[in-house]
Design a protein around this ligand. Structure first.
Ligand SMILES: [Fe+2]
Length: 172
């Protein structure tokens, strides 16, 4: 059995956590899987943004430190909504830090020192990758008419593009 079939079976076995929904069962499985991967990336981006907020250095310290805190707060605010969308439709979501690292595709940065400009450029690239993921999760949700998820995702794309705008102007 392939990984995706195994994951699907695991999802289908969570009968005790089912919630009444008008969505198709295969839609619930596919959407909650997409939301789980998205949530892992959002937690990864949140912690990286805080990491860079904490380890910022140099002449623009105050500006960058504060900007990254704003960004981190915005990214963190997505997490509960993503997880609760999965639960509202009867799916399940992440349960631990190890669960996050199993599902995330955005790369962590564990370097001892990162130059301020490199931090901002990396976050900008991560936001670009996040926007692409958001668009692909949007497609999955749209396929099953999960309009509540697509509506949230549209707002998150706008926020991610705003973060990219600020970051890209600084590193230009
Ligand atoms: Fe802080």
């Amino acid at each position: 059995m392939g990984t995706s079939n195994a994951a699907q079976l695991e999802e289908l076995e969570q009968e005790d956590l089912l919630t009444p929904t008008g969505l198709r069962r295969d839609g619930v499985v596919e959407i909650s899987r997409a939301l789980r991967e998205l949530l892992a990336d959002v937690f990864g981006l949140y912690l990286k943004t805080k990491n860079f907020h904490w380890h910022m250095s140099g002449g623009q310290f105050r500006d960058y430190h504060l900007l990254l805190d704003e960004h981190a707060e915005q990214v963190f605010a997505m997490t509960d909504d993503i997880a609760e969308r999965a639960r509202k439709i009867g799916g399940t979501t992440l349960r631990s830090i190890s669960d996050i690292s199993r599902h995330q595709s955005l790369k962590d940065n564990n370097e001892e020192f990162v130059a301020p400009r490199d931090m901002l450029a990396e976050l900008c690239a991560d936001d670009q990758q996040l926007t692409r993921s958001l668009r692909s999760v949007h497609e999955v949700c749209e396929r099953y008419s999960d309009v509540a998820s697509t509506s949230l995702i549209e707002t998150w794309i706008d926020q991610s593009e705003r973060r990219q705008w600020f970051l890209s102007e600084i590193v230009r």
